[in-house]
Design a binder for this molecule. Structure first.
Ligand SMILES: [Zn+2]
Length: 217
């Protein structure tokens, strides 16, 4: 695992905290912090529970925005249940961070995400649909998440994810990932093909062997 001071590659892009506010929820209280940056001119967020303290072994979720899954409750993906589970777990622990990145649709934006859904209804899987629209299989970037975590004083993380690319990206950006905590599997009839493509074509974990870390619910 990388040492927290070993920032390989380019230095992290600067970010600026614009403001923060207390956000009480049914499962616990958070501070919501809003950040500006010069890379993509979007306002990324951190939902922080408790005191980060020494910054070691902090429970962290790096989550990418999904309007359809989180706001509308679409069953095409598993983003809504994943975010709810992360909020529950971090509130339950009383300390942790959800970094919320505004990169809808694995980074392709809402319009092309909806176009990709139409291609999927014609038979393409999620990867081929994105490729057909001229995007990569996954256009997400986690560099700004690393910058936000550094700004919060986080040094090492227990990362809530099924996605090895997130682990690799945070480590490449100087955060020590001391543990990967599986997110569980949130399968429905509508998203089964999507979840299969994530495992088979994008290297996500989340098969049967990955169910042990967290109960399905
Ligand atoms: Zn989603």
């Amino acid at each position: 695992m990388a040492d927290a001071t070993d920032t390989k590659g380019a230095p992290l892009p600067p970010i600026r905290e614009l403001t923060h506010a207390r956000i009480p929820t049914a499962v616990g209280a958070f501070q919501l912090r809003l950040y500006a940056n010069d890379v993509d001119e979007k306002e990324h967020l951190a939902l922080v529970a408790g005191d980060i303290g020494d910054g070691e072994s902090v429970l962290v979720r790096v989550h990418s925005e999904c309007f359809t899954g989180e706001v509308v409750g679409s069953l095409r993906c598993d983003c809504g249940p994943q975010l709810a589970r992360a909020i529950d777990l971090i509130a339950g622990e009383g300390r942790g961070v959800i970094v919320y990145l505004r990169q809808e649709g694995r980074g392709i934006g809402l319009a092309d995400k909806l176009r990709a859904y139409n291609l999927q209804d014609e038979g393409l899987d999620t990867v081929d649909a994105n490729l057909a629209l001229g995007h990569g299989a996954d256009d997400r970037d986690y560099t700004l998440a690393a910058a936000i975590l550094h700004a919060l004083g986080v040094r090492s993380v227990r990362l809530l994810t099924n996605n090895p690319a997130k682990v690799a990206s945070l480590q490449a950006n100087g955060l020590d990932v001391v543990e990967r905590v599986p997110m569980g599997r949130f399968e429905t009839a509508e998203n089964a093909g999507y979840l299969r493509a994530k495992v088979e074509r994008m290297g996500h974990l989340g098969g049967e062997g990955d169910r042990q870390g967290l109960p399905d619910a």
